[in-house]
Design a protein around this ligand. Structure first.
Ligand SMILES: *Cc1c(COP(=O)(O)O)cnc(C)c1O
Length: 457
């Protein structure tokens, strides 16, 4: 049944790997709204961002017009250790589903961090090093981003301070130890290290912490430590820019074999992998050269793009970061326990938010037991144990393939397989024991936080 000329796995030659990241904003007629200063509500300037972020990364963050940013040679050398990543034709999944659809996935889990986050971690660490900094601070929830950043910093000889949400620090010792293996210092958050940490501990002794609190601690530490800046693993436009390496490789590989996807699917937490995967295809759509359907998949418990409001909001609970216009559930939204830690953010990348607002990107949300069912089907036939986050995309890819079975359409489906799930076995255990719950917030619960959005006209 295999198409004769198309291999199971398409690996590009090294000289086919991208030399530049693609800035989708350059092709958008309606640009995403600018970041605003949280106090004055005026657009953030590069100077205002300098105390917190690295200089070159600020330029990338604010640039709406330059179509390509060259990938520095040192970053390309690093990419070569684990890229190009394979583009896989899921022949066995197609066979299992008995679908006429053709299914492809781009697999980003074949590095030690186990996800796509390394693509941006190395870029951010590189620009910090280039600026002559000593180190970077960041937060991590489940630990994927902290792991990726530790690896990148170890490679470049930078110091790496990670604030890890305290309950994850205690419940997920393995990722914590991977970070320490790469030389990072890992502090459970809230900590006595920072003013905001001490304040939260005084108010809520014994708290397990939150991502929003860890962000505030990491930002404060960077601002108060000579030679340090803060870096973030998702949501920002610069992160999506770095992740376009995923989509550019995919496009080159597909063009090489004359494959054109009809439908492109990705999971969406802060939006970086989805944005990176779809960017070159969306660019064609915006320029009127080709047409594709794009679908963002979110957890039903944290559906910012599918059920949120498009408005300016705080990016962190401490309200120290710039305001971003995005689909949001409100910075005070507390998602119910969900095992896809990487998808628990209240907002969404501003570029994807604008595309969604303009009707160019669809968004759906799915309950987590259906996600783990899809993960198991996939693991059994494709031989990869997927991350819970990635399995959101698998779930919708399978649904779409089954729809093709009903209609007899031979669509080509492409999805992003962002990572592996070996550190998520407690979640798989809950699923196997029938202890997993599907919490779907009501419209009242979703709207409860909308009234607390900052008043920006
Ligand atoms: C962090 C993470 C995600 C979600 O982040 P995005 O910025 O939305 O891409 C998805 N999958 C995995 C495996 C992750 O670690």
């Amino acid at each position: 049944m295999a198409d004769k000329n198309i291999p199971y796995k398409i690996y590009l030659e090294e000289d086919e790997m991208p030399l530049a990241w693609y800035n989708l904003r350059a092709d958008m007629k309606k640009k995403p709204a600018p970041l605003l200063n949280p106090e004055t509500h005026k657009p953030m300037t590069a100077e205002e961002l300098e105390p917190v972020f690295c200089r070159d990364l600020i330029q990338q963050e604010l640039d709406d017009t330059t179509p390509y940013f060259e990938i520095p040679q040192e970053i390309r050398n690093f990419y070569r250790m684990y890229r190009p990543s394979p583009l896989v034709r899921a022949y066995c999944l197609e066979e299992k589903l008995q679908t006429p659809a053709k299914i492809y996935y781009k697999f980003e889990g074949s590095n030690t961090s186990g996800s796509h986050k390394l693509n941006s971690a190395i870029a951010q660490a590189y620009y910090a090093k280039k600026q002559g900094l000593r180190g970077v601070t960041t937060e991590t929830g489940a630990g994927q981003w902290g792991t990726a950043l530790s690896m990148a910093c170890a490679y470049l000889g930078l110091d790496c301070k990670v604030y890890m949400v305290k309950c994850s620090y205690e419940q997920k010792p393995f990722r914590r130890e991977v970070m320490r293996t790469y030389g990072a210092s890992v502090t459970p958050s809230p900590s006595m290290d920072t003013e905001v940490g001490r304040r939260i501990l005084a108010e809520h002794p014994g708290t397990g912490g939150s991502l929003g609190c860890a962000i505030s601690e990491a930002v404060e530490k960077a601002e108060n430590t000579e030679g340090y800046r803060y870096v973030l693993g998702s949501v920002l436009n610069q992160v999506m820019l770095h992740q376009t390496v995923i989509g550019l490789e995919t496009k080159t590989a597909m063009d090489k074999y004359g494959i054109k996807p009809d439908l492109i699917i990705g999971c969406a937490g802060g939006g970086s992998n989805l944005g990176g995967l779809i960017a070159p295809f969306m660019g064609e759509k915006l320029r009127g050269e080709a047409d594709y359907r794009f679908i963002a998949v979110e957890p039903a418990s944290c559906p910012s793009l599918s059920r949120g409001i498009y408005a300016y909001d705080y990016c962190d609970t401490g309200k120290v970061c710039p305001l971003a216009k995005m689909y949001t559930l409100g910075s005070g939204f507390m998602p119910a326990a969900n095992h896809a830690g990487g998808l628990r953010y209240h907002g969404m990348n501003p570029i994807l938010s604008q595309l969604r607002y303009d009707g160019l990107l669809e968004a759906v949300s799915v309950p987590q037991t259906s996600v783990f069912e899809a993960a198991e089907i996939f693991a059994k036939v494709e031989g990869i144990l997927p991350a819970p986050e990635s399995s959101h995309a698998i779930k919708i890819a399978i649904d779409e393939a089954m729809r093709c079975k009903e209609t007899g359409e031979e669509k080509t489906i492409l999805f992003g397989l962002t990572g592996t799930g070996y550190f998520d076995m407690l979640a798989y255990e809950k699923f196997h024991n029938g202890q997993m719950t599907d919490y779907i917030p009501s419209d009242e619960e979703i709207q409860a936080n909308f009234s607390k959005l900052p008043a920006v006209e």
